[in-house]
Design a protein around this ligand. Structure first.
Ligand SMILES: Nc1ncnc2c1ncn2[C@@H]1O[C@H](COP(=O)(O)OP(=O)(O)OP(=O)(O)O)[C@@H](O)[C@H]1O
Length: 234
């Protein structure tokens, strides 16, 4: 089976010409099928930029990146949009729509899936919410839920479309220790069941144990594996 993510020599700069500031330098990274990889490193080291490139949220500049079989170098906007639909995203803030119920928020992620009626989508959304322990909160709006519950809705939404990959950016940053740990463990468990790999940016030392592998970045580069281990032990 090919790796869901395979990057080679990825380089990226913000700004143009003399103002160009490189933030990724020659990054190589592979994530295998079903693997849970955490990306750590100091603020400004380029983690979010790397995640947004992999998630096709921005266009590549240099290097090679194969994500779910799509070559990202030179990909058109339409190809990037199509790829984004096959990825489940989870952000620091849950990004739920406040005027929709939990069920409607999750069902929305299924709108682009052909062949599902509105009723199918709402049923599937209910099942996903039950899987994240929110069977009794399906009709609640985000402001009626705790932070941890909202993030669990975000997990249900990310997984509902049966993505090929989950990308998460600091999903526990706004949560207390207990609910942060609960949310990522739940995410890992459900992703494992579906065989979906996870690449997660995190500063949170409390959740490093969920990883199959920890990758550390510094100043736009990936550190060698032995240095990454000492970062995680620190
Ligand atoms: N849209 C942008 N335009 C210009 N510079 C940017 C932009 N986004 C990020 N940067 C800069 O690029 C560098 C890398 O940012 P990035 O957000 O990728 O780092 P990070 O490791 O995710 O940091 P953090 O942990 O603080 O989120 C930083 O110096 C940041 O200021």
């Amino acid at each position: 089976m090919t790796a869901p993510i395979r990057l080679s020599g990825v380089t990226y700069a913000y700004g143009k010409g003399e103002l160009a500031r490189p933030v990724l330098r020659d990054v190589d990274l592979a994530v295998g099928p079903g693997e849970v990889v955490l990306l750590t490193g100091p603020s400004g080291s380029g983690k979010t930029t790397l995640l947004t490139l992999i998630g096709a949220l921005r266009a590549m500049q240099a290097g090679d990146a194969l994500v779910l079989g799509q070559q990202m170098a030179g990909a058109s906007e339409a190809q990037r949009v199509a790829l984004r639909r096959r990825i489940g995203f989870i952000f620091q803030q849950h990004n739920l729509l406040g005027f929709l119920t939990a069920r409607q928020n999750v069902a929305m992620a299924l709108e682009l899936h052909p062949g599902l009626s509105e009723r199918d989508r709402l049923t599937r959304a209910g099942e996903m919410l039950a899987a994240v322990g929110l069977a009794d909160k399906t009709e609640s709006r985000p402001d009626q839920l705790s932070g941890g519950q909202r993030q669990r809705v975000a997990v249900a939404r990310a997984l509902a479309g049966r993505p090929g990959l989950i990308l998460a950016d600091e999903p526990t940053a706004a949560l207390d220790r207990q609910s942060g740990g609960d949310v990522v463990r739940l995410l890992r468990e459900l992703a494992r069941r579906q065989g979906v790999p996870i690449l997660m940016v995190t500063h949170d030392p409390r959740i490093l144990d969920i990883a199959d592998r920890i990758v550390a970045m510094e100043d736009g580069r990936i550190l060698p594996a032995n240095e990454a281990k000492s970062v995680s032990a620190a």
